[in-house]
Design a protein around this ligand. Structure first.
Ligand code: M6R
Length: 607
């Protein structure tokens, strides 16, 4: 993980570096640092903790210049501390790194760096040591970068400055994202285009093996073979309001309020307004031949896959396997050659999901990605890509990206079902009408969820929270538990309601509230029986259901939260709102850092 930035400009760069690091903080916030080349001397400051600590340190000891690099860290090798913070510098070179150098331990023992005095416990510092060695050997800056990266194994995105070159930055990439940007004032590199939005109007997504050399006037890119590469720069297309909190206290709160927009915009891509149907026309996939679907992702995106399995099996009668990306390739899966492997990711950079995608591509299996961040690695590397239209998601806890992912998976399953003639045109039209109700129902769900603030107050001292559901409400229970523990730091577990009697009922006691997701439908009464089994053992139930559930079904229930009645097809989407809101309110009530929960980062680019 980690976020890196490098800016070479006609103007002073320190405030722009800090501004970019603010936008990159979602990638890690264990420590932050900056290095600026001033009059052939590198000044640097780096401190443990969030970016605010660095800003404070810089207020006491200011420096500026026209060329600099910055870093925000998510610790992999070495605890969060001042000494392990980046940049890592010698007298001749300073660098910031995102990724993991897998052969760092061997390299540290190599002849080249045997005399180097290592100050940190990081893998990254070995890159500084190697560069320093090759410079001493008389290699040019570019040659020393080339020589150094040729010995690195693992992943890296690097921004490097040399003390004897006041205006130049070198960038290199393998496996970790690196974007180059330009505008009339200067040139820049960073971990994503959002970070570059105030210093670039055009960006270029660098490829593995690329080295870039930039100063305030020019930017050159060399490919793996060391030849000049002609890469396309495209309009950055980022709206600054997307990356600000607006009137909200937290990004997560803002993003929950954006569920209706995210879902509406995502569905809109698939609505054929002439026919009134759901039709996927923007990808060139032969749906007819698909015999099996694999849905592969991590975290919340994986839970969207679990809901997607119900969609594909119910509507398109197509067998589906869901896999956690971190496990997928290690079990040496037997993949049907006519299968479609679908990779779901908000960031499009999750290392495990990307590695699973690479595995499938090597096996020549058809791949499709469902991704939120445009031009991200997973989007670019898959055969086909459908974008969720959730807009920038900054809060580490994923919310609107989840409902947007469900929207794509639902539309895809309806399209596939129509192609395979399991869904008639009339049924497709009916489903399309239901889908069009989603944004309004989501708005109503948000409105009603404000009442969960009081529920949250009542559970902040809980020992843990159990989430239960059946059918698509089961993956929603998993999502609810993940969101809850991620930001409240209270243990939570999601379970299929029908499985409680096979073990977890033993956990039930009054200090372990149980959130039970019980939409109407064929599983309703069975779930109510499971709830009564919990109540009979002293359990305290928060039931999430709809307006039509009779009072008689909520006997002895601690709290009932009601959503507006909604069509079955979009139920999982609408029921996501109270799940996300309850986690949010609980974390706020506890005074936790909602957008940047401890130990985590938004974009998980290490395996
Ligand atoms: O960017 P991705 O969707 O690939 O990320 C996957 C997970 O890391 C992510 O969903 C994570 O679980 C969230 N923090 C959950 O809220």
């Amino acid at each position: 993980m980690c976020g890196i930035i490098g800016i070479a400009s006609k103007e002073n760069v320190s405030s722009n570096i800090i501004n970019a690091l603010r936008k990159l903080e979602y990638r890690g916030y264990d420590s932050a640092g900056i290095a600026i080349n001033t009059a052939k001397k590198i000044n640097q400051r780096k401190v443990k903790g969030k970016l605010d600590n660095l800003i404070y340190a810089l207020q006491k000891d200011q420096f500026d210049g026209n060329t600099g690099i910055g870093h925000t860290r998510w610790a992999t090798h070495g605890e969060p501390s001042d000494k392990n913070a980046h940049p890592h510098s010698s007298t001749s070179v300073s660098l910031v790194h995102n990724g993991i150098i897998e052969n760092a331990a061997e390299l540290k023992k190599s002849e080249e760096v045997k005399d180097y005095h290592f100050e940190s416990d990081t893998d990254s510092e070995v890159i500084t040591a190697l560069l320093t060695f090759y410079l001493k050997e008389g290699l040019s800056h570019l040659e020393s970068v080339q020589k150094t990266i040729s010995s690195l194994e693992g992943s890296y995105a690097l921004a490097i400055i040399f003390s004897d070159s006041e205006d130049t930055i070198y960038g290199a990439k393998n496996g970790s994202p690196l974007v180059a940007g330009t505008n009339g004032v200067g040139n820049s590199i960073g971990s994503d285009s959002i970070a570059l939005s105030s210093v670039a109007n055009k960006v270029c997504y660098l490829e593995d093996g690329d080295i870039t050399v930039l100063n305030k006037e020019s930017i050159e890119i060399y490919n793996l073979e060391g030849e000049r590469a002609n890469r396309e720069f495209v309009e950055i297309g980022i709206n600054e309001s997307e990356v600000s909190k607006g009137p909200y206290k937290h990004f997560m709160e803002k993003e929950i309020h954006e569920h209706p927009h995210a879902v509406g915009e995502t569905f809109r891509q698939f609505i054929d307004y002439d026919k009134g149907t759901i039709t996927i026309s923007n990808i060139n996939l032969n749906f007819d031949k698909i015999s099996k679907i694999y849905l592969i992702a991590c975290g919340t995106a994986y839970y969207s896959c679990l809901v997607g399995k119900y969609y594909f099996e119910q509507y398109a009668r197509t067998p589906v396997e869901c896999d956690m990306a971190s496990e997928f390739r290690y079990r040496d899966p037997v993949i049907d050659p006519n299968a479609l492997c679908i990779f779901v990711s908000q960031s499009g950079e999750t290392a495990d999901t990307k590695a699973a995608l690479d595995y499938c591509r090597k096996q020549k299996i058809q791949t499709l990605s469902i991704v939120n961040v445009k031009n991200s690695s997973i989007a670019r590397d898959s055969d086909h890509c459908i974008y969720t239209k959730a807009g920038a998601e900054i809060g580490v806890a994923s919310t609107k990206a989840f409902t947007a992912q469900l929207s794509v998976l639902l539309s895809l399953s309806i399209h596939l079902a129509s192609e395979k003639k399991f869904v008639s045109v009339e049924e497709n039209i009916k489903l399309c009408k239901e889908i069009m109700q989603a944004p309004l129902l989501l708005e109503q769900a948000i409105e009603r969820s404000y009442s969960l603030k009081d529920t949250a107050k009542a559970i902040i001292n809980a020992k843990g929270v159990m989430y239960l559901g059946r059918g698509t409400a089961f993956p929603l229970a998993l999502e609810g538990a993940l969101k809850f523990k991620e930001i409240s730091y209270i243990h939570a577990e999601g379970y299929p309601a029908g499985e409680m009697k096979h073990g977890p009922l033993a956990l039930i006691e009054k200090d372990l509230p149980v959130v039970c997701i019980v939409p109407p439908g064929p599983l309703f009464h069975k779930t109510i029986s499971n709830i009564q089994e919990v109540i009979a053992r002293g359990g305290k139930i928060l039931m999430i259901t709809d307006d039509e559930t009779l009072e008689s079904n909520s006997e002895n229930i601690w709290e009932v939260f009601r959503l507006p009645k909604c069509p079955k097809s979009i139920e999982a989407i609408v029921y996501s709102v109270p799940i996300h809101m309850l986690a949010y309110y609980t974390a706020v009530e506890l005074g936790n850092d909602v957008d940047q929960p401890r130990n985590l980062a938004k974009s998980v680019t290490v395996e």
